[in-house]
Design a protein around this ligand. Structure first.
Ligand code: AMP
Ligand code: ZN
Length: 298
């Protein structure tokens, strides 16, 4: 198998582009896809400082690697969720990556901040673990970005993540969620950090290949609390469709983005004012995170 671009021996075959590429040309392809996502969707520019949310998994570490190579100014943010061995390994991977490249990294450990990890917080508040964890992650991404002066937060969501979420939302016609599926959620005049997903054009297997090719050492294990079985089912179904008809995921999600409504989405709920407890913008009197923490017995 030869590289379609330069005839060297290919390392990856990409059915959806009807091509095979060598390591060098594949790296260029990945950088180009991220560059296109950033510029076409007006995510950020070289003058802005980007806070990159780094879990320790392949997607977010690959994202950080690419943003640095494209010359963007970045710092990493790792939330140490306090899920025993899983969080210890994740944090170590992130810290090693940052230290070996001399990158700025902010680590926020829940156990030090709140005395509890995310599983205990979910148990104490009788919330499903993934739902409490999602509330806490969104809150901290925004709060830490605003406090430290980052106008943008980038996450490692990829094409498979976005297409499977879209499938779930469409199957249940959750129109209010559909509006939030844009890869850029605006900052509404600076009251909120802009949320961006620069990997939305890249499939999960492409990012895995990029990470291996570039010797990025990431945590392979999934979170032990792991995602809803439904999301895994949607991913599996999309993979089967992709195999039968390469390009299905791309056409599904990027076709959705061409609709005019998706382009005007915002990260900010309407009528925000400062949370009575923590001062972060919220549509209610007290923000979701503070309501969660109020239910944790002191
Ligand atoms: P997930 O919801 O676990 O698929 O993660 C989606 C994205 O959220 C990742 O690619 C990261 O950018 C970010 N993320 C997830 N977990 C963490 C974490 N513990 N600390 C910082 N960022 C995270
Ligand atoms: Zn609050």
């Amino acid at each position: 198998m030869k590289c379609r671009q330069c005839q060297k021996s290919a390392v990856i075959k990409m059915e959806r582009h009807n091509t095979s590429l060598c390591g060098g040309c594949f790296n260029l392809y990945v950088h180009d896809q991220v560059d296109r996502a950033i510029t076409e969707q007006k995510m950020f520019d070289h003058g802005e400082q980007i806070l990159v949310a780094i879990s320790g998994g392949k997607d977010s570490l690959a994202l950080w690697d690419v943003l640095i190579k494209l010359g963007y100014r970045t710092a990493g943010l790792h939330l140490d969720l306090g899920i025993e061995a899983y969080s210890e390994v994740s944090r170590k991977k992130v810290e090693t990556f940052a230290a070996s490249r001399g990158l700025d990294l902010i680590v926020h450990p829940y156990k030090e901040a709140y005395g509890l990890g995310v599983i205990e917080i979910a148990e104490e508040t009788a919330r499903p673990a993934c739902s409490a964890c999602g509330t806490m992650k969104r809150y901290h991404f925004n709060r830490i970005a605003m406090e430290r002066g980052f106008p943008v937060v980038a996450t490692g969501h990829n094409l498979d993540d976005e297409a499977s979420r879209l499938l779930g939302n469409v199957l249940q016609w959750q129109e209010e969620y559909l509006e939030k599926q844009s890869p850029v959620l605006s900052d509404e005049g600076g009251t909120w950090a802009r949320k961006v997903k620069p990997l939305f054009r890249l499939a999960e297997r492409e990012i895995a290949a990029y990470s291996i090719l570039n010797r990025i050492d990431y945590i392979v294990d999934e979170c032990p609390m792991s995602k809803g079985a439904k999301m895994l089912l949607y991913k599996d179904i999309l993979n089967r469709l992709e195999e039968a008809s390469p390009g299905t995921k791309h056409k599904f999600y990027l076709g959705f983005l061409k609709r005019p409504r998706a382009a005007t989405a915002t990260a900010k709920p309407v009528d925000l004012h400062p949370c009575q407890s923590c001062g972060q913008p919220t549509p209610g009197a007290v923000c979701g995170f503070c309501r969660l923490m109020q239910r944790v017995t002191p």
